[in-house]
Design a protein around this ligand. Structure first.
Ligand code: CP
Ligand code: NVA
Length: 316
C-alpha cells in the first residue's frame, strides 16, 4: 500500500474520484506533479501490490490504455481490460449495475467515454475511485502529463504562458482548468465558432483568480506570441469524424508550424497530446523540431498516472 507521507496534501485524495482537473486543488495538483517527478527519477517508490485497475474504454486509445496498464504493473498492481466489446457493457448492462458489481472486484476504474454525465453516473454508483480517461468534456490525466512536461522544461510552471492553438475541446478544457490551478496563463487561440465551453472558461477564471489569466483569442499569431509552450490537438475529436472536412476548412491558417513557433518565447516547447495529423493541426517540422517535447509528454502520461493511482489508492 502506498505511503505518501512526503506529500501531505495528497492524503485527502485517498478514495476520491478524478473526473475533472478541477476535482483537485492547486496544492494537490502541484503535489501530484512533484510525486510524478520523484517516481520518474527513482527518488520515490510505491507499492500497489494486490490492487487491481479496471479499464472501461468506449473509444480507441493507445497512450492512455497502455500507460495506465504499465503504470499499474510498475507499481506492483494489475489491470483488467473491460472494454465494451469484451464485457457486458457493450450489451447495454446498466451503468448502475456494472459500477456496483465492479466495485466488488477491482480497486479503481479508469473510464473513457463520450458524455461526462455517463462518467459521473459510474462515479455515483461505484464505491471505488473513478478516473476520467477522456470524455467529450475533459482529459484531466493528459493535463497532468502536459504540465509535468512543462515543469521539466522550465523548472516551475507558475507564471508561464501556455498557448493552445486549435479546437476548444476536451484537451483544451483540462489545460485551462489545470493551468488555472497551477498559476499558468493559458491562452486558447481558435477560429470563431470553435471556442472552449463558456462554462469551463468561467470556471477556469474563477480558479485562476488574480494569479494568472485564462484568455480566448481568434488570431493565431496573437495566440502564440511570447508563449512558453505551444500546444495543439486534432481539429476533429473522436465522435466528430463526420465533421472532419468542414473543420479542415474552418481551421485553415491554424496549423501549428515553424512560423508560429518563431513567434513564441525562444525557449518555448511544442506539445501535442497525440495522435497527430501532420500537415493539418501541426506541421511535420514543428512536431520533429528541436523545440518539440511531444514524446517526453507521451512518456509522462505513465509517470503522472502512477502518481495519481498512488494518491487515489493510498491509505487514508
Ligand atoms: N493522448 C491520448 O489520450 O492518446 P490515446 O487516445 O492514444 O489514449
Ligand atoms: N481531442 C481528442 C483527444 C485524443 C487524445 C479526442 O477527443 O479525440
Amino acid at each position: 500500500m502506498a505511503a505518501l507521507s512526503g506529500y501531505p496534501s495528497l492524503a485527502d485524495l485517498s478514495g476520491r474520484d478524478f473526473l475533472s482537473s478541477a476535482d483537485v486543488s492547486g496544492e494537490q495538483t502541484t503535489a501530484l506533479l512533484d510525486l510524478a517527478a520523484d517516481l520518474k527519477a527513482g527518488r520515490m517508490s510505491i507499492d500497489l501490490s494486490g490492487k487491481v485497475l479496471g479499464l472501461i474504454f468506449s473509444k480507441a486509445s493507445t497512450r492512455t490504455r497502455v500507460s495506465f496498464t504499465v503504470a499499474m504493473a510498475r507499481l506492483g498492481g494489475q489491470t483488467i481490460d473491460l472494454n465494451p466489446q469484451v464485457s457486458q457493457v457493450g450489451r447495454g448492462e446498466p451503468v448502475a449495475d456494472t459500477a456496483r458489481v465492479l466495485s466488488r472486484y477491482v480497486d479503481v476504474l479508469s473510464i473513457r467515454t463520450f458524455a461526462q454525465e455517463e462518467l459521473a453516473e459510474y462515479a455515483h454508483w461505484a464505491s471505488i475511485p473513478v478516473v476520467n480517461a477522456l470524455t467529450d468534456l475533459e482529459h484531466p490525466c493528459q493535463a497532468l502529463a502536459d504540465y509535468l512536461t512543462l515543469q521539466e522544461a522550465f523548472g516551475a510552471v507558475d507564471g508561464l504562458t501556455l498557448s493552445y492553438v486549435g479546437d476548444g475541446n476536451n484537451v483544451a478544457h483540462s489545460l485551462m482548468l489545470c493551468g488555472a490551478l497551477l498559476g499558468v496563463n493559458v491562452r486558447v487561440g481558435c477560429p470563431q465558432g470553435y471556442a472552449p465551453s463558456e462554462a469551463v472558461l468561467q470556471q477556469s477564471r474563477a480558479l485562476a483568480g488574480d494569479r494568472c489569466s485564462i484568455e480566448v483569442v481568434h488570431e493565431p499569431v496573437a495566440a502564440v506570441r511570447g508563449a512558453h509552450a505551444l500546444y495543439t490537438d486534432v481539429w476533429a475529436s473522436m465522435g466528430q469524424e463526420e465533421e472532419k472536412g468542414e473543420r479542415e476548412q474552418a481551421f485553415a491558417g491554424w496549423c501549428l508550424n515553424e512560423d508560429l513557433v518563431a513567434e513564441a518565447d525562444p525557449r518555448a516547447i511544442v506539445l501535442h497530446c497525440l495522435p497527430a495529423y501532420r500537415g493539418l493541426e501541426i506541421s511535420a517540422g514543428a512536431m520533429e523540431g528541436s523545440s518539440s517535447r511531444i514524446f517526453d509528454q507521451a512518456e509522462n502520461r505513465l509517470h503522472a498516472q502512477q502518481a495519481l493511482l498512488a494518491a487515489l489508492l493510498s491509505e487514508s
